[in-house]
Design a protein around this ligand. Structure first.
Ligand SMILES: C[S@@+](CC[C@H](N)C(=O)[O-])C[C@H]1O[C@@H](n2cnc3c(N)ncnc32)[C@H](O)[C@@H]1O
Length: 436
């Protein structure tokens, strides 16, 4: 008996979180059972597993161990997580891509659960709304990206820190020749990995290789259902066709895919067209309803950003219909300023660690500090975690507060302060309120 390829797990205090990336299911077991799962990484029988456990726990009776192993194997079979076994019933669990228990538990308990690695800022696309590849400062261009060996060491560190989820992004991650090596190493270490990629550098063989990585998700960006419009936004003719080919092929292989749609004035009526593509390819869909103006001048952001309130409202309503996602406003925890840095960290191509990709709030650098020291002892991180929404003087009495997706990183870019309100958030909150 051996665990199926694509089953990843970690223990968090009294819980074990298990992801099955092939079935897109997540299970939470209220017991520390990673040791048992480790045993079934080898192809062994129940009695061999019992013998091995007896060696680790000589004080426990063999009958007790035998029964525990048997019950656990039954559980794994019922969830379809053992190779070549068919569960008697259809395996159930939470949908992995939507699972919120892992997220909420680690958020509440401040356990490092996920990390985002921007492995390069190089990108073959020149998206009109994106600053990543072409607005770097001269200082950035002189900095050396983390090498493959440094990224391996970083992944080892994140494994030791119990991180279960990795997001590999860029720039375009596949612009790095060693991107596959990085992804294969992450798989070997048992990470549930999501890749953000436009896919345009991938050959058919590369797409097959991706299918074998058992990713949690391949998340791409589509800016219109009209090929020419998408290509105008990315600045690359033929990019629509390439991205769509990756989506179609991966979904044929049964790999989880996601489409991100960034709403702008130029594509303001195209969300429903892209939602149809998501339905056809079985992809998850994310609406990014406004831009983060990280490197734009005011005039430029005004030109690109969505101005039409009716179109914004329609896209948000269509998104709610598509996803069935109607935010549970009462549950929103407004005591914390944002989620960044509580159960997740972000690391840029040069090794700078930030609470989140959108915040230029550097907590340390992996070339000179360990991630563990940044996470455990980082004074700056503690300070960040202690910020609360009550600091938002502009917002604390706002009637739309529970509908607001205020983001300190976006606030900083619009207002030069992480704590000041900005029009885009207020406008979206009012629109969401009007849709309830
Ligand atoms: C920076 S890209 C990196 C991954 C990959 N190259 C891609 O194209 O999907 C990640 C996502 O950020 C989005 N993005 C880029 N600039 C943005 C901005 N100014 N505001 C909001 N989202 C942005 C992109 O559209 C894309 O969906």
């Amino acid at each position: 008996m051996i665990l199926k390829d694509g089953v990843f797990y970690r223990e968090y205090n009294e819980y074990t979180f298990i992801c099955d990336t092939q079935l897109n299911l997540a299970h939470t077991i209220p017991a520390p059972v990673a040791l048992l799962l480790d045993l079934f990484k080898d192809d062994i029988t129940e009695s061999e597993a019992t013998e091995r456990l007896k060696k680790s726990y000589p004080e426990v009776s063999v009958d007790v161990i035998k029964k525990d192993v048997h019950d656990f194997v039954e559980f794994l079979i019922s969830k379809g997580m053992i190779e070549n076994t068919i569960s008697l019933n259809t395996p159930n669990g939470d949908t992995l891509t939507k699972n919120s228990f892992f997220h909420e538990y680690t958020f509440e308990n401040e356990l490092l659960y996920s990390a985002m690695l921007e492995i390069t800022y190089c990108c073959p696309q020149r998206c009109k709304h994106c600053c990543q590849s072409y607005m770097r400062t001269e200082k950035d261009y002189c900095r050396k990206e983390l090498s493959y060996e440094e990224i391996k060491t970083l992944i080892d560190e994140l494994f030791k820190l119990n991180v279960l989820e990795l997001v590999i992004t860029g720039g375009e991650p596949f612009a790095r020749r060693d991107c596959f090596d990085i992804l294969e190493y992450a798989k070997e270490k048992g990470f549930a990995t999501t890749v953000f990629s436009n896919g345009i550098l991938l050959s058919d063989d590369d797409i097959k290789r991706i299918a074998n990585l058992r990713l949690k998700c391949f998340s791409t960006s589509l800016y219109s259902h009209i090929p020419q419009k998408h290509d105008e936004i990315t600045g690359i003719s033929g990019s629509y066709e390439k991205t769509l080919n990756v989506l179609n092929t991966l979904s044929k292989y049964g790999i989880c895919t996601e489409i991100k749609f960034v709403l702008m004035e130029e594509n303001k009526n195209d969300f429903s067209g892209v939602a149809n593509i998501a339905k056809k390819t079985g992809s998850a869909l994310q609406l990014i309803p406004g831009l983060n103006p990280s490197c734009f001048d005011d005039w430029r952001i005004d030109k690109i950003n969505i101005k039409d309130d009716m179109a914004l409202k329609k896209a948000v309503a269509d998104y709610m219909d598509f996803s069935g996602y109607h935010p549970n406003y009462e549950k929103t925890d407004f005591s914390k300023i944002c989620e960044a840095g509580r159960n997740s960290l972000s690391i840029d191509p040069y090794g700078d660690v930030k609470p989140c990709i959108s915040l230029p709030y550097i907590l340390g650098n992996v070339k000179s500090d360990t991630v563990e020291s940044i996470w455990q002892k980082g004074r700056k991180l503690r300070k960040w975690k202690n910020y609360t929404k009550s600091k938002l003087k502009d917002c604390k009495n706002c009637e739309y507060m529970n509908f607001c997706d205020f983001c300190p990183g976006v606030a900083l870019n619009y207002t030069k302060s992480m704590f000041k309100k900005y029009d885009a958030a207020c406008r979206l909150a009012k629109i969401k309120y009007s849709l309830t």
